[in-house]
Every structure is written in C-alpha cells, then in structure tokens.
Design a binder for this molecule. Structure first.
Ligand code: 13P
Length: 287
C-alpha cells in the first residue's frame, strides 16, 4: 500500500523504532526489499537520490517503485532522497512520489530555511510530505570537518519551514566507512528534546549496532541505507561467480534479489520495524 512519509513515520515516532529507507537502483533491489518487508511485516521506504539519476533515471524508476508500493501488503512510502533543487522535487511530485527530501544543507542557514519552506509550500499543496537537512552529513573519506546540527537552529528551522521530518548531522557520513563512526548521541537527545517531529539518520551503512539502537530510542524514525545493499550484491555475485567460473550462463538476477532481501532483512530487524505493519491484505481465513 502506498503511503506518505508522515503516515509511515507516525507509529515509529510514538513507539520508538525506525523505518528503513533503502536506495534501490534496480528491479532486483526493489523486489528484494519488498520481499523482506512483507516477510517481516514491516513498513518500508523506497528511495532514490538525485545523484543516482545517471544510473537509475527517476522517470524510469518511478513506475517501478509505485507499482511495487501499490501491490505490496505492507505500507510503502516512495521518497525522493537528496533533491538538490525545487525543480527536482516538483518532478518527483508530478511522478507520484509521496515524499521528497530537499537538501539545502550546504546553503547558509537563512537560505536553507527559505528554500526548504518553498519546497514544503508546494509539496503540501500536492499532498506530499517533506524531509529537509540541517547541519552537514559529509561523504566518508572526503569530508571529516562535518558541522553537527545546532539545537537552537533546529527549532527555528522546523518551525519556519513546516517540514515533516528533519535529517540530522551527528557524526554520520555517507558511503563506506573506513572506521566505524562514533555518533554524538548526546546531540541527538538534545535535538529530539527540542523538536517533536521524526528525525532522520543518513549514512546508515556501517553504523554500529549500539549506535543504531541509541538512535532509534532517541528520536530517529527513518534510517537511510544505500551502500550496504550494493556491497551486499557485489559480495554475493563474486561468491556465485567463483563457484563455477566456467559456467555458460549464471542467473545473477536471483542472486541480486536474494542479496537485496538479505541486507534489507538484517536492517529491518536492527531498526525494530518488523511486525509493526498491520496486515493490509486481509488473510482469507482470518489470522
Ligand atoms: P549510506 O550509503 O552510507 O548507507 O547512506 C545512505 C544515505 O544516507 C542516502 O541518503
């Protein structure tokens, strides 16, 4: 069932778990992710970031995401990740995405407020929810001088923009971590105490179990995972190819679906979103 971001995060916010938001670049990713969510009766977010458009054009991926969501027996939100402009957000809204992230984190504070507010005004008119970011989540290996989300600024930002979810920077980085990061949970607690809305953790791949648990028990309701899925697929393909390197045809499609399902299953369990979904397709003979 296709749902919006605020619909899918409401229960997570009240009951302290997180919904996984998985960047899916292929049919195999989407099928594996949905299979995992249905098996575990978990809500799930399918998302695509603007930087991924060259590999997976949004106009081609949107029908796939939306069809998977509508057919699914669990709640599925279809989300634009890191939209870099109002125009990209409007394209996603027109395609039927149920939420968009506008990423103005690199802008000066006032400009980020103004741009996020404008995206929210337009998205709301179309019934679409908005996530925005304050502070800088960098890329691992590139940017270590990240700026953490400021608590006072976060209050102003949330109030003035009217967003539905706030992405925070607490020491998290995108991509493959060389060393396991140490998140600043104290800063997260302060941001959570000052704001009621669901908080979002970017850069989920490679985070320690302890940090994941501390996050979901202190206001993080959405966790983004991208790198772990592609690395999981790479690993399983390598293993499969090594088994019978001379085989004429190796059906890698199923390997990719299985690897995606495996990674998503692991994260759903870590985020404690399993068994949270109502069974939307009523069982024929009752449960
Ligand atoms: P990772 O690739 O580190 O999992 O980050 C995903 C992300 O935050 C997408 O917005």
């Amino acid at each position: 069932m296709l749902v919006t971001l605020s619909e899918i995060l409401k229960d997570a916010n009240e009951r302290h778990y997180a919904v996984g938001a998985f960047n899916c670049l292929s049919l195999e990713n989407v099928m594996g992710a949905i299979e995992a969510a249905e098996e575990l009766r978990s809500p799930i977010i399918l998302q695509l970031a603007e930087v991924q458009f060259p590999e997976a054009p949004m106009e081609m991926m949107a029908p796939l995401y939306l069809e998977a969501a509508k057919r699914s027996s669990v709640p599925v939100c279809v989300h634009l990740d890191h939209g870099q402009s109002l125009e990209t957000c409007v394209r996603a809204i027109r395609l039927g995405f149920t939420s968009v992230m506008f990423d103005g984190a690199s802008l000066p504070f006032e400009e980020n407020v103004d741009a996020s507010k404008e995206v929210t005004r337009i998205a709301k008119a179309a019934g679409v929810d908005v996530e925005a970011e304050l502070g800088r989540v960098g890329d691992s290996g590139v940017d270590t001088a990240d700026v953490f989300t400021d608590v006072e600024e976060s209050v102003r930002f949330v109030q003035e923009t009217g967003i539905d979810a706030l992405a925070v920077a607490i020491g998290n980085l995108h991509g493959h971590y060389v060393h396991t990061p140490q998140l600043n949970i104290q800063r997260l607690i302060e941001i959570h105490e000052a704001n009621q809305l669901p908080l979002v953790l970017h850069g989920g791949s490679g985070t320690s179990v302890e940090d994941f648990k501390a996050c979901i028990h202190n206001g993080i309701c959405k966790i983004n995972v991208a790198t772990a899925i592609q690395r999981g697929i790479m690993k399983r393909i390598n293993e499969r190819l090594a088994q019978k390197p001379d085989e004429g045809y190796i059906p890698l499609k199923q390997v990719m679906i299985d690897a995606s399902r495996e990674v998503v299953t692991e994260h759903i369990r870590l985020f404690e979103s399993d068994k949270r979904s109502p069974l939307l397709t009523p069982p024929l003979w009752g449960e």
